[in-house]
Design a protein around this ligand. Sequence first.
Ligand code: BES
Ligand code: ZN
Ligand code: ZN
Length: 486
Amino acid sequence: MNFIVTDRDAASVRTDYEIRFVIDDDIEASGDKEILTLMGFEKGSVCDLPNSRRLYVSIKDTAPETLRIAISKVIKALGNHNIKSIKVPRISSPASSVGGTTTAIQEIEAALSAIAESFVLSSYSFDEYKKESKPCNIEEVYVSVTGCDRVSAEAALKRGKVIAEATNFVRDIVNEVPQVYTPERMAADAQKLAETYYSVKCETKGKDYLKEQNMNAFLAVNQAGPHEPQLIHLTYQPRGDSEKVICFVGKGLTYDSGGLSLKPSNSMYTMKSDKSGAAAAMGIIKAAAELELPYEIHAVLGATENMVGSGAYKPDDVIRSRSGVSIEVNNTDAEGRLVLCDCLSWAQDEIKPDYLIDLATLTGACVVGLGDYTAGVIGNNYDFQVEFKKKAGLSGENYTVLEFNDHLRPLIDSKIADVRNSVPGGMGGALTAGLFLDKFIKDDYKDKWLHLDIAGPAFGSDAWGYNPAGGTGAGVRGCIYWMLNR
Ligand code: BES
Ligand code: ZN
Ligand code: ZN
């Protein structure tokens, strides 16, 4: 999909179709008042006028997220059409800001990025296994702008397109089926990123290395699966001096059956999505390389299956983790934290980052608490949590800060080991999972670490906004926006 900035008056650009925004239900200035009235056009509605090749969308304002949702409605409404080119309404600074000022220009750029993002995100579909697919045919999107020069406008559109394409790359990984998408396949995809971008390097390590490193918690989860576990390390090196070193650690369970604490079949279904954290970390590296971000960025992915078999790890096992902390396993379905704890301790020792952020579909409790559309932001540094929530939230992703308290801490105490991997009863499960991870965060890193529980937004049984049913690519846009706006 190409985004073209045109200097010409919108009326003189010929495209297959035209989008028109109506703020609220104010159709006076639309030029199609009569027909829109006849069609019962009202707040929140979309009206397709095929004869005049116009699609009207009611919006409440021109905030970036409003525009993303509006474009998703456009793509949905035009789903069956064979439209190749389309033009969007002229973008100018909102009435609330003074034209030409830095804020006004930033607002225009944010709007342009959002429009490009939503075109690319909303037209995504995963058709790998369908005989008939209905891809979106739009090839050219014409955009006209007032109050922002062409070079900046093109850069903003490009930025939006890159971020959305990285998100779609992650959606493809998450949607790919578990018999195909194994830990080895994840390692191969990571290698491919390094072959594609000169600024990205990749190292992958298997079982022998994990043994050498005493990553016994990670290894325990892998015990019953037929596939070699993979510790995957991607590094993006910026061209100039890097301002900061940022490390993303991703939970890469290519399948989570629950292990011997077997999931009921209706909860097991969709657990191919348990690799979403690792997939998001790969998408972040891809976007960072294309955007040439000024940070040294690492992605550390722990990839394995959690399966059943005679060699499986068991409830009652006690494992000595890489950091030396002993873990009593009381539930083999709380496996993500076991993979992550070893990866987090590896990342602190080997990478020594300024910021350490893990992404994981870690707990059902987080979904119960926050719903399907919101990720939890957990950690020890409240200011960092709030800053992340605010800046990542500019992407349109929803983040909520969840806070530890000292009464929760003893819940993960074990009678036989230093810590247990789950809390019977499960109350406060998103936070107690966070507290488990915190046991593996060294004092120097306490303030630098965030845990993002993306169990809700990473995968949807139904489409929502510009997210399709299935993998959404949650975490990519939030983390990139956080870095862009730091
Ligand atoms: N992968 C699941 C969490 C999950 C649940 C992700 C629903 C997406 C949707 C995780 O490994 C898990 O099973 N967690 C357990 C933890 C419990 C045993 C303490 C859970 O949430 O039930
Ligand atoms: Zn599990
Ligand atoms: Zn899991």
